[in-house]
Design a protein around this ligand. Structure first.
Ligand code: ATP
Length: 253
């Protein structure tokens, strides 16, 4: 079995009230794990806790086999948070934003070196945005902006990519481009943990699904498929299922 890349053991998180309880999650090298679940079930909180962005009230986190408080190799991780929303007004070009993904790799400030430029070009190509490199990010569609953030994370050449709803509200072409970028990333040894509401073109790339329901992991295994009355709008009930029986449901908006 491949070594664990991210591990949450008996994790609990509370804001003003408990949000996650006794979460056990192990993501191993080479996996593409999707975290599914209804709005507010705790998906974002879980992945953010796994990166130390949200403190645990109980439990432990390990990254690449190292306890979180001793972990220093942050350049091994690329994190793409939930979308900032339209019209962020950032006067940066696509190229500048993606280049900023090299910062953690560079020991000192200065011009990008050949290796940096190569990584940036590769990341832009991976998300199919090479021809937009000089355009202001603000002039891009929401899907293209999201791809810019993904390219920024890829430019850092991480081993683990963590993405919070990378395809929410993203056009079909961007979703396809993103699925292809993930495929390439994994083929070159990468590991992925992502939050999603609907998998769409990502579905064939996902190796395992974790369904969060009301602060606990309700399913960990095969990718569920929406079907029957469970797929009807408004249905957000998640049943615990036997591991060999992929549930035909998932949490919905
Ligand atoms: N910083 C915070 N302070 C207080 N409560 C929070 C905070 N962040 C999230 N919550 C609450 O914790 C619960 C879980 O939120 P979380 O964002 O993890 O859910 P989610 O499954 O990712 O939802 P969504 O699909 O809407 O992004 C929600 O009830 C949310 O309102």
């Amino acid at each position: 079995m491949n070594p664990p890349v991210l591990e949450i053991k008996h994790g609990a998180v509370a804001y003003d009230r408990p949000v996650l309880r006794d979460v056990n999650l192990t993501v191993r090298s080479g996996e593409v794990v999707a975290v599914l679940g209804a709005n507010g079930s705790g998906k974002s909180t879980m992945i953010r806790a796994g990166l130390g962005l949200v403190p645990l009230a109980e439990g432990q986190v390990e990254l690449f086999g190292v306890a979180l408080r001793r972990f220093r190799n942050w350049q091994r991780i690329g994190y793409v948070p939930q979308r900032l929303g339209a019209g962020g007004g950032v006067p940066a070009t696509v190229g500048e934003v993606v280049s900023s993904g090299r910062l953690a790799r560079r020991g000192f400030p200065g011009l990008l070196r050949a290796g940096d430029r190569q990584a940036v070009a590769k990341a832009l190509a991976a998300v199919d945005l090479t021809d937009r490199v000089h355009d202001p990010v603000a002039s891009l569609s929401g899907g293209q902006q999201q791809r810019t953030l993904i390219a920024r994370a890829l430019a850092g050449e991480p081993d683990l990519l963590v993405l919070d709803e990378p395809t929410a509200g993203v056009d079909a072409k961007s979703q396809e481009a993103f699925a292809q970028a993930l495929r390439d990333f994994v083929r070159h040894g990468g590991t992925v943990l992502l939050v999603a509401h609907e998998l769409g073109p990502l579905q064939p790339v996902i190796t395992r699904a974790v369904v969060v329901h009301d602060g606990v992991i309700a399913h960990d295994g095969a990718v569920p498929h929406p079907a029957g009355h469970h797929a009807e709008p408004g249905h957000d009930h998640v049943h615990p299922h036997a591991p060999q029986d992929p549930p035909s449901i998932w949490g919905r908006e």
